[in-house]
Design a protein around this ligand. Structure first.
Ligand code: XIL
Length: 366
């Protein structure tokens, strides 16, 4: 086998990075193993969010995504503001680029998202009123879901609609949509089903993972939301558990999430871990300490969650620390870059990669 210089360097880098791992882990991790090989052979999807611009400008990043993943989601390019910048103008170039990249490389694609309280275009505040909001929402979903119909594995139809501390009935978030069109959730899901009948329709949210009181309240509100939708005959197929986790002694994950996942399962819904990363802002600066703690959390969290047979997919919110959103939101106070993802900023595998691989190997699907 002859290697190009770049391949040789990449392979050496991978071996060097793995040399720091505990022996037991290393023994289970060959430098040639990929996430998609492990996931694929167990009927699981594994992926990450990507940006169109980086796929275009950074070939080593694009190659790594292609090598490891079998499902992608756009980090921002399918969101309302980016894709619908003016009332009657849609911008599809970046979203098209990503879905074409996915399809060219045999990967599935998630659609994220139709409804969120963030990433709304400026015209939302000036042009959308209670009188036209339903028409705006339906038109948006018809246009976006209509363009990509049949090509999307699962749509995040509604994202982050619950915020119990806003004190509205049923834990609803006091979002721009809620204020203007209180029935937006039902409308969005019914429209998505009509337009793209074979895609899985997902409700996606964060802070439902922990053992703390706020997560407990949010989990209860999510289950109530699903029960209410089912009672009203509103279609919903899956829950997206974002999985933005925190490393450090303040945070614990385990039995409460496991129980929630059983409850979701008994309502007949699938689940996806849609945006996993581990924020290391509460850990000291030392890199081996941070990498070990982050990797430990990947291991324990994935052991718990992948044990549930209704989990279809695991996506991390990025693949490399080079582009993690956490450097812009929730960043470390010491200003050091976050180390939240399976590959470091030089695209070398970290202990978290090994944790993810081992967890996928241990998952008994398919
Ligand atoms: C984040 C992106 O990563 C950032 O680039 C953007 O500035 C803000 O949104 N939950 C979600 C994602 O559902 O869409 C968010 O993505 C992260 C939190």
């Amino acid at each position: 086998m002859s290697l190009t210089r770049r391949e040789f360097l990449a392979q050496t880098a991978a071996t060097t990075a793995l040399a720091g791992l505990p022996l037991a882990t290393l023994a289970q991790t060959a430098a040639t193993d990929t996430l998609k090989a492990e996931a694929g052979s167990r009927g699981l999807l594994v992926g990450c969010c990507v940006h169109a611009k980086s796929l275009q400008s950074d070939p080593a990043y694009a190659a790594l995504v292609k090598q490891q993943m079998n499902i992608l989601v756009a980090e921002n390019e399918f969101k309302f503001g980016p894709i619908h910048p003016q009332p009657t103008t849609f911008y599809f170039d970046d979203a098209d680029y990503i879905i074409n990249f996915a399809e060219k490389n045999g990967m599935k694609m998630r659609g994220h998202n139709f409804v969120w309280h963030r990433a709304l275009p400026p015209w939302f505040a000036t042009d959308v009123t209670p009188a036209n909001a339903e028409q705006v929402l339906v038109n948006h979903i018809e246009t976006v879901a209509g363009r990509y119909k049949g090509r999307i594995h699962s749509w995040d139809v509604v994202n982050e609609a619950i915020q119990v501390s806003d004190n509205l009935p049923n834990g609803m978030r006091n979002s721009p949509w809620q204020k203007i069109l209180p029935s937006y959730i039902d409308i969005a899901f019914r429209t998505a089903r009509r337009v793209d009948p074979h895609a899985l329709l997902t409700y996606n949210d964060y802070d439902i993972e922990g053992e703390d009181a706020a997560s407990t309240a949010k989990r209860a509100a999510v289950l109530d939301l699903v029960r209410g939708m089912q009672k009203r005959g509103v279609p919903i197929d899956a829950i997206g558990i974002q999985s933005h986790l925190h490393a450090g002694p303040k945070y614990t994950y385990g039995p409460a999430l496991e129980q929630f996942m059983k409850d979701v399962q008994s309502l007949g819904l699938k689940m996806m871990l849609t945006e996993m990363d581990v924020n290391d802002r509460d850990l000291p600066a030392d890199i081996p300490t941070r990498d070990a703690a982050v990797a430990d959390l990947y291991s324990s969290y994935l052991k718990t969650t992948l044990a549930n047979k209704n989990v279809l997919a695991l996506l991390t919110w990025g693949i490399t620390d080079k582009y993690t959103w956490l450097n812009h939101e929730g960043a470390r106070k010491d200003g050091l870059p976050e180390r939240s993802l399976p590959f470091d900023a030089d695209l070398k595998p970290k202990p978290a990669f090994s944790s993810e691989l081992v967890a996928l190997k241990a998952a008994r699907h398919g």
